[in-house]
Design a protein around this ligand. Structure first.
Ligand SMILES: O=C(O)c1ccccc1NCC(=O)[C@H](O)[C@H](O)COP(=O)(O)O
Length: 267
């Protein structure tokens, strides 16, 4: 029996795809484009946006996922992102992985052009090429997953991101990953409540690691937030932000859903 997890499968697939993309568009050419994109855009402080008083919301644009299959068949990323901004979300996360999430690089560019909120590129990033691409596409921040990147890789990719003017959300699921993220210098760290081997979601995962975080690090609780009570639980443990995908993607009225989710924590 194979012990390969979905994350291993996604990473292996992504490595192949990125190798092919690099053949067509070498890093030095992409980096040139990224530096010029960086000069033209207005810098956004992703960390400061999430750290402001109250529980911030990173609202995710995600058509499908390995755990849920197709979440929103009637998928219009620009409309969704505009609705998030109008409803008062603090940042937008865009899934750009194609095979398992049905996202795409163009989805990020479209969303970037439609909203002025900070935009996070959510993908399976292991190579500087992907970071340069994120900058060209218009991201303000990228996701780095500590379970597939050791402390040295984290530190290197964070330095590359900084060079392109991007901030990093480092995702963790264990005490040693929290330590690696902090040792690498992460300023924004997200605890994923979803176990990516089993897909089980347990919101107490965020609470288990909360004490390991210094006050000045932005603490994000990710995945499985579905109710106002879940939001209150995150706020009570001192989370600065939550990352919400499925609940908002399935909502017939995004404004009403975000209002309902914030009903116990806002104002
Ligand atoms: O959600 C999955 O099935 C999944 C599988 C493998 C790797 C990552 C996966 N999800 C990415 C995420 O972390 C979520 O999209 C994000 O935290 C939002 O979660 P939710 O609010 O539960 O949609």
């Amino acid at each position: 029996m194979s012990s390969e997890t979905i994350l291993d499968t996604i990473m292996a697939n992504r490595r192949q795809q990125i190798a092919a993309l690099k053949e067509k568009r070498p890093l030095h050419a992409l980096a040139e484009q990224a530096f010029s994109a960086r000069e033209k855009r207005t810098a956004v402080d992703f960390a400061a946006t999430l750290k402001k008083p109250g529980l911030s919301v990173i609202a995710e644009v995600k058509k499908a996922s390995p755990s849920k299959g197709v979440i929103q068949p009637d998928f219009h990323p620009v409309e969704i992102a505009r609705a998030y901004e109008a409803a008062g979300a603090d940042a937008v996360s865009v899934l750009t992985e194609e095979t398992y999430f049905q996202g795409g690089a163009d989805t990020l560019t479209q969303v970037r052009g439609a909203v002025s909120l900070p935009v996070l590129r959510k993908d399976f990033i292991f190579d500087e090429w992907q970071i340069a691409e994120a900058c060209v596409l218009g991201a303000d921040a990228i996701l780095l997953i500590a379970s597939v990147l050791d402390v040295f890789a984290l530190k290197k990719l964070m330095a590359v991101a900084e060079m392109f003017g991007l901030q990093c959300l480092v995702e963790v699921r264990s005490e040693s990953q929290v330590r690696d993220a902090l040792r690498a210098g992460a300023r924004v760290v997200g605890v994923n409540n979803r176990n990516l081997a089993t897909f089980d979601v347990d919101l107490s995962t965020s609470a288990r690691f909360r004490h390991l975080f210094p006050e000045d690090v932005v603490f994000v609780s990710e995945s499985g937030i579905a109710t106002a009570e879940d939001m209150k639980q995150a706020a009570d443990l001192g989370a600065d932000a939550v990352l919400i995908g499925e609940t908002l993607m399935r909502a017939p009225d995004i404004h009403a859903k975000l209002k309902e989710l914030r009903s116990l924590t806002h104002g």
